[in-house]
Design a protein around this ligand. Structure first.
Ligand code: AMP
Length: 488
């Protein structure tokens, strides 16, 4: 979901800055309470705001708040204000104060066919272009989010059946989307033609559940049924489940970053356990860029599985040489660079007893701006490390994401600005190595990247964007680029 913040101080400050999680359930008397639990399991996908919309057979009810899921939805009075046996929910993440309550999802609109609530994980790459066009034609936007564009497109469709109007809307949007929607009759799930962001279907006490990740099924004891497929729309009603694939069928290209950083390690994404894949990233890295050392130390929590994999493949003992303070939000949640740096220091401490006098293999999942890396390597030196060999369980991130992951623009991506030796010197390590692109694919069970038909969306590492970036070309480009520059 892209948001254009049009507040006076930080115009567009949260554009292209969001990653989100979605959940939906149909046919359960405690729909809202179960949705709250599902969102709690998806909290890592969005820590900034949460919302639930329920339907009680007659009316829709909506509660949307800034803050963590538990801050709002653990309260009995809030859940009681969300009656009904169907609900959809959303957790939202963005990096700045630009988030405003009216952007918090699910978004809801009264259409001529009845109410529609929609929650979106992903980002539309023509959202700004469509939005500008709609506004020019007289649309009045309540939020500054591109998700609202979808509501407008459904509302304006000239088709009569809801599903045809929804398909009409989807056929006009580009980019990444996993939607859950709720009408007065149906729970809807939809994935973009490439299946960039995940969406799974589960079953709980005879009811269907949709969620961004399987960890949200596990928390309520739901059974995983299957992934919603790329380009698939599912309609869940009293009559059961209906699946349609209205678009030309193309090979799926799920986002590789779900394995690298995004998803929770206990989730199964596209048939692979995330923890397992991350361990294999570490093992591949040990094979590609092994080094003589005394101890393998992860940057917790994101580097832990890869460090275990590296240790097992190399035979170098694994130790917790860095302790993480769990009472601090994710590093990226802090708006400015200065605060981000402070956040890193608050978050990690060296375990001197493990580090002192040792040659360390330091493992992290990725380098984005380099902020974490500089701090952590310095921390290792200050704790007496003899050598610091920094290993990154993903390739260099050279290109920004436009599909719903929080990455800065190119100028702020360390690997877009520097070569390997420069990065090594910048972070202050004795050696630095990244996992190769083929290593990533091998860890996922392929012989390597199929360049003719890549199995994943991996533009962050390759610059190969799988959809048009309409908002970055033509009339939209100037506006988008200036927003991106301001936002970084
Ligand atoms: P940086 O300090 O800017 O290089 O960021 C790298 C750290 O941020 C790594 O430790 C990652 O675990 C984490 N990270 C990577 N991608 C993201 C993301 N999209 N959102 C938040 N954190 C991230």
């Amino acid at each position: 979901m892209t948001a254009l913040d049009n507040g006076p101080d930080d115009a567009a400050s949260d554009i292209l800055r969001e990653k989100c999680g979605v959940f939906g359930i149909f046919g359960h008397p405690d729909a809202a309470a179960i949705t709250a639990l599902g969102l709690h399991a998806l909290q890592h996908r969005g820590e900034e705001a949460a919302g639930i919309v329920s339907f009680d057979g007659g009316r829709f009810h909506s509660e949307r708040r800034l803050g963590l899921v538990g801050d709002t939805f653990s309260r009995k009075d809030v859940i009681e204000r969300l009656p009904g046996n169907a609900a959809v929910g959303h957790v939202r993440y963005s990096t700045t104060g630009g988030t405003i309550l009216r952007n918090v999802q699910p978004l809801f609109a009264e259409l001529d066919a009845g109410g529609l609530a929609i929650a979106h994980n992903g980002n539309l790459t023509n959202g700004l272009t469509l939005r500008r066009d709609l506004i020019r034609k007289g649309a009045i936007c309540q939020s500054t989010s591109d998700t609202e564009v979808v509501l407008h497109l459904v509302a304006r469709s000239l088709r009569s059946r809801f599903i045809d109007r929804f398909i009409d809307a989807l056929s006009q949007i580009e980019g990444a989307y996993s939607f859950v929607g709720l009408t007065n009759k149906k729970l809807i799930g939809a994935r973009d033609p490439l299946g960039i962001r995940p969406l799974v279907l589960g079953e709980f006490n005879g009811c269907y559940v949709l969620a961004s990740e399987t960890c949200a099924l596990d928390i309520i004891g739901a059974k995983f049924i299957r992934d919603i497929e790329n380009g698939e729309i599912v309609l869940i009603s009293d009559k059961g489940i209906q699946s349609i694939k209205p678009f030309e069928s193309v090979a799926p290209r799920p986002c590789i970053f779900e394995y690298i950083y995004f998803s929770r390690p206990d989730s199964v994404v596209h048939g692979r356990n995330v923890y397992d894949v991350r361990k294999r990233f570490g093992a591949e890295l040990a094979h590609e860029s092994g080094v003589e050392a005394d101890v393998v130390v992860p940057v917790p929590d994101s580097g832990v599985p890869a460090a275990i994999g590296f240790s097992q493949a190399s035979g170098i003992p694994y130790e917790l040489g860095i302790i993480r303070n769990h009472y601090v939000g994710r590093t990226f949640i802090q708006p400015s660079q200065a605060i981000r740096e402070l956040g890193v220091r608050m978050k990690h401490s060296a375990n001197r007893a493990i580090i002192e006098g040792k040659r360390i293999v330091l493992l992290d999942d990725s380098i984005v701006r380099g902020t974490t890396s500089v701090k952590i390597v310095r921390m290792m030196r200050e704790a007496g490390a003899k050598e610091v060999h920094f290993r990154i369980a993903s390739p260099p991130i050279t290109h920004p994401d436009y599909y719903g992951i929080d990455t800065p623009n190119r100028d702020n991506l360390l690997a877009a600005r520097m070569n390997l030796a420069e990065m090594r010197d910048y972070v202050g390590a004795d050696s630095l190595a990244f996992l190769s692109v083929d290593g990533v694919y091998r860890a996922c069970g392929y012989a390597g990247r199929n360049n003719a038909q890549p199995q994943f969306t991996d533009h962050c590492f390759t610059g190969d964007y799988p959809t048009p970036l309409t908002d970055l070309i033509g009339e939209s480009a100037k506006q988008t680029i200036s927003m991106l520059a301001e936002a970084s």
